[in-house]
Design a protein around this ligand. Sequence first.
Ligand code: PGA
Length: 231
Amino acid sequence: MKRLFIIANWKSSKTIKEAEKWFHDFHEGFKLNPLLLGNKQIIVALSFILLEHANYCSSNLKLPINFAAQDVSPFEEGAYTGEVNARQIKEFADDVIIGHSERRRYFGEDEEMINKKIVLAQKYGLTPILCVSELKQIHDSIRQVGGHNSNYIVAYEPLFAIGSSHPDTPSNADEMGKKIKDTLGEIPVLYGGSVTSKNVKSFTQTPNIDGVLVGGASLNPLEFFKIIENA
Ligand code: PGA
């Protein structure tokens, strides 16, 4: 049975109180069905300011959740006002989303910057969850970091599918998953874009997709719980 990654991307959502409620509601579901996880690794990617309290809630409630940041500074520690660097993030998270299309679009992130982020994330022991909408972005990002390195998760997220209620077809996602693996080796490849509890299985059952990155549908803990159950 392949290992599946089910990742929630809360984006710029939730206060500390709202996050706390999410974990308590998630825990209610988990209490009733603790064995559902099996081969599934659950990761929640949230805003920097929520990371510490989320760790506290999750360990108090004994939830099998890992945490990810949604971005990382392209610089080391130093005079970079407003930035949060990889060494700081590593205190609270094991993974970090890099190159999400919203960062490329609204914050002008290009391959060179994404590259610097990948290098620093790996230097400090964070696994990059590299988001791409086309294969070319893989070549551009990875080429500059020196080629093949197995410490990645790649999420294929076609632009038209993000937040649109129009997911890509499972066969397209699988084909892209195969191309990514042909390029980078046997790394986990996820699909992201309008994933719900109703369509998740159609993606996770394909041979080359190893999980999902879930935005909107992850904000509701019960829906996210169903996504995990159905994956
Ligand atoms: P969505 O977002 O599930 O709301 O489409 C996915 C993502 O942007 O990671």
